[in-house]
Design a binder for this molecule. Structure first.
Ligand code: NAI
Ligand code: 15L
Length: 264
């Protein structure tokens, strides 16, 4: 494609991904509420608050695809989650509708299903069980993606990301980790697929102990190549294994299940 919009580009995943998108788009429109350097002639930076409807309208204009990473990415009070993850998602889909419906990859989260226990294997069609208000906001985003697909034909890859960092950071992440390279390969498959629809895809590498089944989206041709296994020994040595009844060992969402409902 010619131009890919990356929201949340200044964040952790945006930083990991921006150097890995050469095969996806000729140019990048990087956007965030925070300042950042675009870096390189093939990228431009547009500062934008996702909660600002008019700004998002202009942001999306001229883009052929959207990698939507922007938003609050951890558990917070509802008033902090609302602008980016609720109002911002609505603004983005309305802007996409007004500008030719560029395909969207929506960065959803395992926290939409965090209350399933770690001994449960999930397909993408299981009922949602969010583990906090952050997870609820991602359920909202998934619902908006589904609505705009059914009503208007807007295509979205809903990617329920496990834990996408350079390396898994604890025992739970040995199951939930998705390597940045595997995510980059998934992004390529999503934007190259002749027909996408609005599937839910588990964003997880080929970990021995993963809990999630991507059989339903095999048509995308995404085959994760990395595994968390090479990191197991180092994690065992560096981090104490959680007690068997600790949230991190019981629930797929781990510690998020133990968060309170934060007040503003
Ligand atoms: P992050 O918190 O590092 O980055 C999010 C970015 O969104 C930040 O740069 C922030 O400034 C920006 N942002 C926040 N509010 C905004 C607003 N109102 N307008 C515009 N930009 C705004 O999070 P990370 O780790 O990079 O995650 C990216 C996306 O992927 C998030 O949506 C997160 O929920 C999702 N995700 C990430 C996972 C991971 O393992 N990194 C796991 C599951 C989901
Ligand atoms: C998420 O949704 C968060 O954005 C990320 O920071 C990690 O906490 C990840 O889930 C996880 O569950 O490991």
């Amino acid at each position: 494609m010619s131009k890919l919009l990356v929201t949340g580009a200044a964040g952790g995943l945006g930083t990991l991904m921006r150097g890995r998108l050469d095969s996806v788009a000729k140019t990048l429109r990087l956007s965030d509420i925070a300042e950042m350097e675009p870096g390189g002639a093939d990228a431009e930076f547009v500062r934008c608050d996702l909660a600002d409807r008019n700004a998002v309208m202009s942001l999306v204009e001229g883009c052929d695809g959207i990698l939507h990473l922007g938003g609050v990415s951890i558990e917070k009070s509802f008033d902090k989650i609302l602008p980016a993850n609720i109002v911002g998602v609505y603004n983005l889909y309305e802007a996409a509708r007004a500008h030719g419906m560029p395909r969207i990859l929506f960065a959803s989260s395992n926290h939409t299903i965090g209350y399933y226990t770690q001994d449960t294997h999930l397909t993408a069609d299981v009922p949602l069980r969010p583990d906090g208000l952050y997870g609820v906001s991602k359920c909202f985003g998934e619902a908006v993606a589904s609505l705009y697909h059914d009503k208007f034909g807007q295509e979205t890859a809903i990617v329920r990301i496990g834990s996408c960092f350079e390396k898994p950071r604890d025992h739970r992440m040995l199951s939930t980790w998705m390597s940045p390279d595997d995510f980059a390969r998934l992004i390529e498959c999503v934007f190259r697929a002749p027909r996408l629809g609005c599937p839910v895809i588990w964003g997880v590498s080929d970990n021995d102990t993963r809990w999630w089944d991507n059989t339903a989206t095999a048509f995308l041709g995404w085959k994760p190549k990395d595994s968390s296994e090479p990191f197991r020994e180092a994690i065992d040595a560096a981090i104490e294994r959680p007690d068997a009844d600790a949230p991190d060992a019981v629930y797929q969402g781990g510690k998020f299940t133990a968060e309170p409902i934060h007040r503003s």
